[in-house]
Design a protein around this ligand. Sequence first.
Ligand code: ATP
Ligand code: MG
Ligand code: MG
Ligand code: MG
Length: 480
Amino acid sequence: RTTIKELLGDYKKILHHDITVQGWVRAFRSNRFIALNDGSTINNVQIVVDFEKFDENILKNISNAASLKIVGEVVESQGAGQTIEIIAKKITILGDNFTEERDKTILQPKKHSLELLREQAHLRFRTNLFSAVFRVRSSVSFAIHQFFNQNQFFYMNTPIITGADAEGAGEMFGVTNFDLNEIPRDENGDIDFAQDFFGKKTNLTVSGQLNVETAMMGLGRVYTFGPTFRAENSNTTRHLAEFWMVEPEVAFNNLEDNIDLAEDFLKYVINYVLENCKDDLDFLDKRFAEEQKQKPEKDRASEGLIEKLQNVIAKRFKRVSYSEAIDILRNSKENKKGKFQFPIDEWGADLQSEHERFLVEKHFECPVVLFDYPKEIKAFYMKLNDDGKTVAAMDVLFPGIGEIIGGSQREDKFDVLTAKMKAMNVDEHELWWYLDTRKFGSVPHAGFGLGLERLVLFVTGMTNIRDVIPFPRTPHTAEF
Ligand code: ATP
Ligand code: MG
Ligand code: MG
Ligand code: MG
């Protein structure tokens, strides 16, 4: 038994042999040609059916979305665009296909909007578009592990349920196990949702960073790659309530080493996709080109999808300090004409995605790494620079995306860290274990966080983050 991918790739050995293929019908033309797909590749294999040889009951049930097992002979195909086809000898229908109901779903063979596909997220795996996106997503994850493995990192699993708020951004989901007979109440008698994990307050992780930092002080180079939760009650095309984050942490690295690592890492993964996902990328590239054609000329992308990926790995990312970026933004025509929703008038302003995208897409026209941010707008654990005003933070900004990576050199000095925690209202007692790492052989170190879905958006050319995660979890989707 082989997959269709194997079959199409290595057909010479099996020419004129009988083989078995199983899959779903993508199309049944002229009662004679079935386009069969099993998910292993974007390509279908053509099954030739001589209708005189088959029972009418079987033929009647072969229609779009039906699941079939076929035994047949592999022959060279005369048809354009395909090397082989299979002359069916035996056809078995594997499961039900309620055609009337099917035609009320996205499995009805016609073009559907992404919104409708999203509403039926459980069926969209059956479309060319989403199977391509999710195959690419799988390759991206694989390439991530491969990159770190080749660079002598160790893969650490960090807690999903935790007592720590790594970001201090108040975006945590609480965890509860309450016994219905002993529902915890606050002083007003209301249910206290902030409790209780066996009597303690816990939440779903917003970042594994504090844990990988702890493991790094011992293992040297580590990374975590897991589900991450943020109670983002906003509806952007870049935020999910549940997403996957990749977080490396490296001993003895400073900010510049960290930026080098982030750049090498992103280029490695993009190159891996270019080399290993050719068929899916060709499909996504065509789709991207068609989508551009629908847009007014001024909004069209200046390069194709594959071209964009090739260009990104060919050039060095532009490295710019926060202070330089603020000057550029403040003096930009956009700012002066009031085109930004959040005007930039002074040093210290937090950058919004409109500013990030201006820098990347209009000003530098390439990926940009911003570094040395004001300490007030970044998390407590980032290393204070000698100026006392900025921290050794860096954000990698990508065209069409904005922030794809956020990272920093970490504060490794016990005294400075505790002073920052006090100033930023971070509870030192809750994080005693994290502070301990600064007491016994602390070392300079740095790391970053990449949102997997933002990278998948970039490499697939999709524009809504809900379309690159199999089961999107947002304020409006709680099923699945
Ligand atoms: P943003 O400014 O876009 O809200 P952030 O600065 O809050 O992101 P970080 O805490 O720096 O995010 O997290 C590291 C990375 O995780 C980000 O660079 C981004 O790629 C990703 N990320 C953060 N929040 C989300 C989210 N809600 N959904 C998907 N990815 C996210
Ligand atoms: Mg955020
Ligand atoms: Mg940010
Ligand atoms: Mg960030």
